[in-house]
Design a protein around this ligand. Sequence first.
Ligand code: DOR
Length: 440
Amino acid sequence: MTDHMLIRGGTVVHRETTTRSDVLVVDGIISLVGEHLDIPAGTTIVDAEGCWVGPALVDLHTHLREPGGEEAETVASGARAGVLGGYSAVMAMPNTSPAIDSSAVVAQVLALGQASCLDVAVAGAITVGRLGERLAPLAEMAELGVTFFTDDGTGVQNAGLMRRAMEYARGLNVVIADHCEDDALAGDGCMNESSLSSELGLVGRPALAEEVMVARDLALAQHTGCELHLLHLSTVGSAALVAQAKQAGVNVTAEVAPHHLLLTEELCREYDPLYKVHPPLRTANDVEALRMALRSGGIDAVATDHAPHAPETKDRPFAEATPGMLGLQHAFALTREALGGADADPVLLFRVLSRTPAKIARLTQSDQRRGGHSAHGGEIAVGEDANLVVIDPEGRPVVRSEVLASKSRNTPYEGRTLLGAVRHTIVRGEIVVNDGVAQR
Ligand code: DOR
């Protein structure tokens, strides 16, 4: 039996413009876009009155913690947080236990993703065990459709090894993504290095630790011709280095996390470990530069760095707590807040949260490998896979830890009133979130 769904009364957000249109989805594929469409009896109506209808979001940076960290998150719980946040696809990071550094573990996570409520793409590790010593079998993982490799959680410290990884990656036509922090400079730092870290008596992690590695990776990418993606950039200097490299023709993209667009080191004053993250929260000056870079295209995408942690490791003295914070469930509204609040342009929001990340993750076309994922971040046009989100820009949900789908509770946004609410998320034509409620 054919399955018909009409998304009615919304404002469709296209690549460059918005239009007032209904969207008819038949068997998971967009089959009509227009006004006052005639619909067959039995069509499911999805109310989008007063809402934005856009491509569902795509996260380039999600820690799903499986295998090995199931007390903090599972693929199923992280996926539920994702669809509640309006996502239809996420990139699972490889700092699991064991690390995702072989085709066996890739296959395991892909299978878990297939059973979840959204599409899970998998990032493979660059080095065996993410130890930074020997290259992982990139080709073997690429055979399963892996196109994105990173040791995220740490950067690849050895420049010679990184050069080799980039040379291989170029041959395999895959992306090398780096967590840019030089360990020798970052040391045991647990917050931004500044006069505030001295005042608080906490060891600092300098901006320089990030920028030195950004500069190195850009030089290596220029030399090798490899496609480079820079994860969670946090400083004004990093944004400037990437802008310069793009002008020089380096094949580079970059992301920023919502927390680096909104929060500053000042929040560390109370020694609350919820604000501990790597790279650390920086200054208002950095936040402003990152916002400008995102608006100008110097930084390409917003990626959550959703990093769930169980209370045993997070509720500890600041210096000892694990770094990282939740991000998936509220990223859209937080990014909107950073980009102008009620004045933020929905075209820009869907560009940085869906269309561009889908391109970087190579998720714009369906693929029989990688768990057989569908196409994300595309046009709202006839023939496209229906991975869609309906967002009420006037919604004002309040972040409450009891409504988080994640198994963890480490959100720095508890009690914050958000600007905009995800009403419906549609993955492969199925309504997985209906009126803000996850359906499975
Ligand atoms: O703060 C962070 N937490 N930064 C990372 O790069 C890794 C992440 C994690 O896995 O918890």
